[in-house]
Ligand binder design. Structure first.
Ligand code: UDP
Length: 237
C-alpha cells in the first residue's frame, strides 16, 4: 500500500468562506457544507488542525481605517475568529465529528486555552482541534496564527483554502493572462509579494520547512482531492 502523503495537516480557511453567498457574517448552511469537507478529510485517517479567520465579521485594519485604535480593533478581530470557530465546531459536531476549540485569548466558559500537549492528545483521540484568536496578539493575522500552530503541532503541511485555485503571477481577477504556478519557492513569494499569506506567515513556514498548499475551497470535494495530491493547487515550498 502506498504511504499516505500526509499524516497531520493544518487547514486554514479565511473567514470570508463562511459567508457563503452572503456579504457578511456566517451562513450556517455553508458552514455545514465546509464541515462535510473537513469530515471527509478526517475520515481518511488524517489528523486535522483548523484555523479560521475573522474577516467575514471584523478586521482590525478596517476598524483602524475608520479611526479606531488599531490594537483595540485587532482584539475585536480576534474575537470574531472565536465566533467562527464555535460555528465550525457546532457544524462538525452535528456530523458526529468530535472537536475542541482552543483560543489564544482565554475564555474558559466557551473553550479551552491553547495548550499544545492537550491539543496533541485531542488529535491522537481523533478529534479535530480548532485554534482560535490567531496568535493572541494584535498586529498579526490568522495566517500567522495558522503558520505558528502548524509549526507547533508539527503539521506536515499547511493547506490554505481560498476562493482562488492557487498562486498566480498577477491577480487572475484583473489579468486574464495571469499564470498559475504549480510550485513556487517561499523566497519568490516574498520577493515578488505574491498573494498567498502575509509575509510573516510565509517566513515562518519557510524557516520550519512547512509546505503551503493553496487551493480553492469553493469547489465541492476539492479538499479531499488536494490532500491526495490531486486537483488544482499551488505548493509553496
Ligand atoms: N487578528 C489579530 N491577531 C491575530 C489574528 C487575528 O489581531 O493573531 C485580528 C486582526 O484584526 C484580523 C482579524 O483578527 O484582521 C481577523 O483575522 P484575519 O484578517 O486573519 O481573518 P481572515 O482574513 O483570514 O478572514
Amino acid at each position: 500500500m502506498a504511504t499516505p502523503r500526509y499524516k497531520r495537516v493544518l487547514l486554514k480557511l479565511s473567514g470570508e468562506v463562511l459567508m457563503g453567498g452572503q456579504q457578511f457574517g456566517i451562513d450556517p448552511s455553508f458552514v455545514a457544507e465546509l464541515a462535510k469537507e473537513v469530515k471527509a478529510a478526517k475520515d481518511t485517517g488524517l489528523e486535522v488542525c483548523l484555523v479560521i479567520g475573522g474577516g467575514n465579521i471584523f478586521r482590525g485594519m478596517a476598524g483602524a481605517a475608520q479611526g479606531m485604535d488599531r490594537a483595540q480593533a485587532d482584539y475585536m478581530g480576534m474575537l470574531a475568529t472565536v465566533m467562527n470557530a464555535l460555528a465550525m465546531q457546532s457544524a462538525l459536531e452535528q456530523l458526529g465529528v468530535q472537536t475542541r476549540v482552543q483560543s489564544a485569548i482565554e475564555m474558559d466558559q466557551v473553550c479551552e486555552p491553547v495548550i499544545r500537549r492537550r491539543a496533541e492528545r485531542h488529535l491522537e483521540k481523533g478529534r479535530v482541534v480548532i485554534f482560535a484568536a490567531g496568535v493572541g496578539a494584535p498586529y498579526f493575522t490568522t495566517d500567522s496564527g495558522a503558520a505558528l500552530r502548524a509549526a507547533e503541532m508539527k503539521c506536515d503541511a499547511l493547506f490554505k483554502g481560498t476562493s482562488v485555485d492557487g498562486v498566480y503571477d498577477s491577480d487572475p481577477k484583473k489579468n486574464p493572462d495571469a499564470k498559475r504556478f504549480d510550485t513556487v519557492t517561499y523566497d519568490k513569494v516574498l520577493a515578488d509579494n505574491l498573494k498567498v499569506m502575509d509575509a510573516s506567515a510565509v517566513a515562518l513556514c519557510r524557516d520550519n520547512g512547512i509546505p503551503i498548499v493553496v487551493f480553492s475551497i469553493r469547489e465541492q470535494g476539492n479538499l479531499a482531492k488536494v490532500l491526495k495530491g490531486e486537483g488544482v493547487q499551488t505548493i509553496v515550498q
